[in-house]
Design a protein around this ligand. Structure first.
Ligand code: FAD
Ligand code: NAI
Length: 464
């Protein structure tokens, strides 16, 4: 008998799980309350990168004199938004097509548990409720923006990332609460479009989970581009003065007021699980995040939870990887999620990308490690692309020389980081990166040089 699998949520976790379950012979029903593609395709990864792409082109065209081109670009923000919609629609329709091709039944509606094998779906298209029974259930309900209890955030000029992606015009000034990934990416885009941008971060550093040496370089780049960054800063309240937001911030022990046309709240996200009636099916959660093991199974056997809603790592590629793991286990397999090769990418200009341990984490774990550094000013391709701004850092363990972490700040960092992920997956040593031929001229050669630098034999810089 064909196994019935029900999936709640059609984001990169849910739709990938649906395809994998269908490949393995299941009869799959996917329930989505909003749009297929979830946060990532509709209001996350893809639309932000469309804005960042336009921002990069606009900035490059303003600064291309040294490359022999004089241009006077004019920003058409309405067209930026039109392009965004076209890219998003194309991808969402692609997912729809994949569902049909894989014979996945898609139901539009909001799901909640009646018991461990039964889901009630409040249909979006009719007033009727539908009851779905399934042998296995995969929860892929994703996340929504977290809003801190700061007075005044309900004012109309306060927006979340979804609001920031659908602005009708470029704000004259934008204050961003939170110097995390959304904060710095939105700051990069809107600064390039011409906004005065201020970031207020409560911790001592922006992007607190990334390697501090590299985030230091990124901070200097953002500040050189005119973005004001205040760290160790606490937003006390937001008020309204002359149609602007008046943001009261505790800074260096005293209170300062910042005025802005828009305030973007980007302080993290929370699981979208409040209305699932998880307890009805005996599923445990902590602060809304569903508790799972490495097989992605919840505390109720046969029910799995993947992606943002389990809070392990709120990234699209993690959701998809976990979707494959859950589908395989639901259909009798024994797959495990291994997060060691999970890259973190920040699409600033230049980009920042990281996989494995940072120096701070290696120290915390008491690991004896060594570092190889290579500055991109000694890399021909980076010199051509951005004047050689950036660096590569490789961390290896002292005894076996195994690659434990790779961190890149520079052009194409987010594409290049896959080499670090593969190195970690294969437990590669610095010597194995060295003996792999890297094409010339590419930014990738800097990875080779950083591996050489670990062994104190870099060719294009003086070894320390
Ligand atoms: P989601 O994509 O959130 O999908 C969950 C789906 O479930 C939604 O469509 C929702 O409508 C549906 N749903 C929820 N509850 C129910 C219910 N009860 N019944 C029916 N349907 C339900 N990640 C990256 O890796 N790279 C990036 O560049 C990146 N950029 C981002 C930029 C922004 C602005 C944001 C906000 C996020 C970004 N992310 C990025 C994170 C990424 O979007 C998420 O990690 C990813 O979408 C998580 O996938 P998911 O399938 O777990 O959840
Ligand atoms: P985040 O967790 O990346 O950053 C939130 C930041 O806000 C942190 O630096 C935190 O210290 C700070 N903060 C928290 N409370 C604050 C307060 N009251 N005042 C000031 N600062 C405060 O969360 P973010 O940026 O909202 O992104 C949400 C998720 O979306 C992330 O988990 C990320 O993984 C994902 N994402 C991924 C992207 C990518 O992969 N390129 C791009 C955008 C988002």
């Amino acid at each position: 008998m064909m196994k019935k699998v029900a999936i709640i949520g059609g984001g990169p976790g849910g739709y990938v799980a649906a395809i994998r379950a269908a490949q393995l012979g299941a009869e799959v029903t996917l329930i989505e309350k909003n749009h297929l593609g979830g946060t990532c395709l509709n209001v996350g990864c893809i639309p932000t990168k469309v804005l960042l792409h336009s921002a990069k082109l606009f900035k490059e065209m303003q600064n291309c004199k040294s490359a022999g081109i004089t241009a006077q670009p004019v920003l058409d923000f309405e067209q930026v938004q039109t392009n965004k919609k076209a890219v998003v629609n194309g991808l969402v329709n692609g997912v729809k097509g994949l569902m049909t091709a894989n014979k996945v039944k898609v139901l539009n509606g909001t799901a909640s548990f009646a018991d461990a094998h039964t889901i009630i779906v409040k249909r979006t298209d009719t007033t009727a409720n539908e009851k779905i029974t399934a042998d296995k259930i995969i929860i892929a309900a994703g996340s929504i923006p977290a809003i801190p209890p700061i007075p005044g955030l309900t004012l109309p000029m306060c927006i979340d990332s979804t609001g920031a992606l659908s602005l009708k015009k470029v704000p004259g000034s934008l204050l961003i609460i939170g110097g995390g990934v959304i904060g710095v990416e939105m700051a990069t885009a809107y600064r390039a479009f011409g906004s005065q941008v201020t970031i207020i971060e409560m911790l001592p550093d922006i992007l607190p989970m990334m390697d501090k040496e590299l985030t230091g370089h990124l901070r200097r780049r953002l500040e050189a581009d005119g973005i004001l960054i205040h760290t160790n800063a606490k937003v006390l309240s937001v008020g309204e003065e002359k149609e602007q937001a008046a943001v009261h911030v505790e800074l260096n022990g005293s209170e300062s007021i910042f005025f802005a046309d828009q305030v973007l709240v980007a302080i993290g996200r929370r699981a979208d699980t409040a209305n699932l009636a998880l307890e009805t099916a005996g599923i445990h959660s902590e602060r809304g995040f569903i508790v799972v093991n490495d097989r992605m199974e919840t505390t109720t056997p046969g029910i799995y939870a993947i992606g943002d809603c389990n809070g392990k790592s709120m990234l699209a590629h993690v959701a998809s990887t976990q979707g494959e793991v859950a589908a395989e286990n639901a259909l009798g397999g024994n797959s495990l999620y291994d997060g060691r090769t999970n890259p973190s990418c920040v699409y600033t200009e230049p980009e920042l990308a990281s996989v494995g341990l940072t120096e701070e984490q290696a120290k915390e774990k008491g690991i004896n490690y060594e570092v190889g550094l290579f500055p991109l000013k000694a890399n021909g391709k980076a010199l051509i692309m951005n004047g050689g701004e950036g660096m590569v850092k490789i961390i290896v363990d002292t005894k076996y020389r195994e690659v434990l972490g790779m961190h890149i700040f520079g052009p194409r960092a987010t594409d290049l980081i896959v080499e670090g992920a593969l190195a970690i997956r294969l437990e590669a040593t610095a010597e194995e990166l060295i003996s792999t031929i890297h094409a010339h001229p590419t930014v990738g050669e800097a990875l080779h040089e950083a591996a050489l630098a670990v062994e104190h034999r870099a060719i294009h810089v003086i070894n320390r």
